[in-house]
Design a protein around this ligand. Sequence first.
Ligand code: ADP
Ligand code: MG
Length: 578
Amino acid sequence: MTIEVLSDAVVGRIAAGEAIERPASVAKELIENAIDAGARSIHVEVESGGQRLLRVSDNGAGIRAGEIELAVKRHATSKLRGLDELQRLRTLGFRGEALASIAAVSRATIVTRRRDEPIGVSLQVEGGLVERQRSVGAPAGTVVSIENLFFNTPARLKFLKSETTEKRHIHWVVTRYAMAYPDISFALRQDGRERFRSSGGGELADVLAKAFGLKEFKRMVAVKSVEQRRKGRLGIDVEGYVSLPPLSRASRDRIVFFVNGRAIQDSALSHAITQAYDGLLKAGAFPFAVLLLTVPPDFVDVNVHPTKAEVRFRDSQLVFVAAQRAVREALLQSADAAAAADLWTAAGFGEGAIAYQQPRPAWRNLAADDLFDDAGLEAIPDIAAAPAHPRTLPVLRVVGQVGAAYIIAEGPAGLYLVDQNAAHERVLYQKLAAEAANGGVESALLSESQAVLLSPDDSELLSELASLFARMGFEIEVFGPNSFVIRRSPRMLAERQAADFIPQMLDSLRQAERTAEGAAAALAAAAAIRSGQILTQDEMQALIAQLERCPQPFASPQGRKTFIHLSREELADEFRRG
Ligand code: ADP
Ligand code: MG
């Protein structure tokens, strides 16, 4: 064959294959257009699972009669002009492809009128070719009717699932958008019967009660976290509802995310949410979760997939941690204390599971303080005698260590691979920060004082930060030019050579905040056990036991992952795949 440029009709049909997979994708694109047009009310009508008819009517801005033909042209959009705008999109659409793609594989009729135009316009397109255009009387807004979907793509038609399946998908698309936009009223009719309606009253709770049923919704708790916009840190807001443990599904299909109003799929994010329920749900059970994430527009790239269903975050770890933490907090602080306590006890968490029923932790009494000296370990913490600090992870059993860096542990919900350095850093930080906030880190007199020689810069900084070091449990005296003697050090680190970690601590404090928290983070990072260090079974078990009761066990203070969790079903899946 000679090389020739494809005709528009062929290009259209190929492109349609990417974005328009099934009737539900048509519903999604048309609903997004209606939302972008500022509609307050959106009606979806479906016949025969969307194959015979799929109609979306809105009371939005409408399309100017003179532009209607452009609307069904590929790469024609009113929402994007320049490349730079891609970074700060506020609309759901921007590719200018959906209407063209849909019209290429169906018979499409658009009836529309702008409020400021006296008469509306109707355009009919079949298989991508304009059949006719005429003026019509019409209410302000837009009605897009799609008939005979995939009539000219027999292969696609053949692969469509049953009508029932398609109906279910469309139903789920409509309810999901109703959740993301509680102030828009949505209605869905399938084969003449109303299947869903939301009031547009602005309350997510109302929509969820409709979408899941009141009985289910009553077993959900609100999630609301507004991340502090700290210096140079991004704000990631997480809002929504999640189920309390007894309410669950056999699959992840009731875990729903919206990022800046866009429904997205992200298996890693949904995994992060499932993990927040670790030990609360039995294997194979998944929560209900509807989470609306707000991130700065330039933090997320929406242009990675034709259906715009997947997005890429500039730092996905940050998003996972924010979402997981918000869910975990919501679960811990569930308003229904008694019920929650029962649930948690039933889930095997035992007493002391609920954070707010516990007195403030008396860290000082922890027998685990002198835990990580370099030479073997004398003081194995007496976990049973330790004050009950609320559990944030299920009880884990240490299986072993790999690469002198990771601890393998097993829990009720699968396998955990713990980064010993990140985990210990988290544990140390938590203890140091708590003591520092509570009058200062408890210090111990060293049996032999330790000398430390510093660079001139470091010496100056150490003198400057003398009171901060005192608060962290150090007593340091000037011995000579750039030379110091350490007489006391934090009790929990008394067995260690403080001289070894003071330079690194100074190094991080040069950039970090010079507050007690900043100093605790710097000391934790400097003193945490390194990867490469071989640990005994008891040392590992002790570290894990402390991590299990860390208020934020999932990440180090710097936001590094402390562990990777593989659930039973993920392991099983992995092996089944063959
Ligand atoms: P995109 O949404 O990416 O711009 P579409 O092919 O979905 O591309 O739509 C093309 C254009 O048609 C839109 O940019 C918009 O101007 C117009 N349009 C489509 N649907 C509607 C609607 N329901 N109300 C008003 N304008 C619409
Ligand atoms: Mg669109």
